[in-house]
Design a protein around this ligand. Sequence first.
Ligand code: ATP
Ligand code: PRP
Ligand code: MG
Length: 282
Amino acid sequence: MLRIAVPNKGSLSEPASAMLHEAGYRQRKDRRELVLVDSANEVEFFFLRPRDIAVYVGSGRLDIGITGRDLLLDSGSQAEEIMQLGFASSTFRYATRPGTAKDVREFGGMTVATSFAGLVTKHLADNGVDAAVVHLDGAVETAIQLGVAEIIADVVETGTTLRNAGLEIIGEPILESEAIVIRRAGEATDDPKVQQFLRRMQGVLVARRYVMMDYDIRVEHVERAVALTPGLESPTVSPLHHEGWVAVRSMVPSSEAQKIMDELYDLGARAILTTGIHACRL
Ligand SMILES: Nc1ncnc2c1ncn2[C@@H]1O[C@H](COP(=O)(O)OP(=O)(O)OP(=O)(O)O)[C@@H](O)[C@H]1O
Ligand SMILES: O=P(O)(O)OC[C@H]1O[C@H](OP(=O)(O)OP(=O)(O)O)[C@H](O)[C@@H]1O
Ligand SMILES: [Mg+2]
């Protein structure tokens, strides 16, 4: 059985379970369930606090886990990133009241409040800055108003929380984060069970990002048409009963589908259809 850690709460929890469900795995119906065995797929899921997942995986108690890159790096665990999952994207940044500091090198003697003390302590040391770090569990934006710190370091997605607290970002992001799959550092990556899991997750990412496009076009225009729809490897071109016409089938990025349909139409393509992809293995 492959033993997989899944976030049980917070921003990562629902999208992680949704992705696993799309990949064909059983997921819990009751949020209080802590362990779930999916015997048909030979997988056991452990629903754990997102912060703890790198600890379990790094110690080798669980084979793989889904967590955030920022949480992995903050934990200092012996675990490594093996796949990006494309959700819960954010940056991790310093922020303060206008006029306090413009660069991390000006933080000397100040206090930084954060829920990611490991990450921030390392970043300050890497920049040769002697600043105090106060660890808070959440809502760190309020720490400045309440006089606990002059600077905060926190997750920023849209920036709304910072703006509402009257804070401004300082400098470049400390890091860019998203949901990732992790495993114990240095572990061989050719375990067939792990490989199968990663292929399933990759299949979900591709199914979400691409649509299947079909169209009919006159033979003399097919080269220009397939240049617009090159597919991942090569488009399928089939003869049509109607002489001089072919049918083309190809995967295209869903974000570009409408633009490509317009361009194909202008080239003379007709019966242009797109259909969703439910699952795939590349
Ligand atoms: N607003 C957000 N947008 C994108 N990702 C976020 C956001 N807030 C937190 N995250 C990500 O979620 C992970 C933190 O998960 P965690 O469950 O510990 O905190 P949370 O999602 O903020 O939940 P809570 O604060 O309710 O406990 C990190 O990887 C972080 O980057
Ligand atoms: O840039 P934004 O789109 O505003 O999102 C960022 C906010 O989202 C998270 O807060 P959360 O709601 O999880 O509360 P917390 O601070 O208590 O973790 C994070 O800690 C930031 O405060
Ligand atoms: Mg939070």
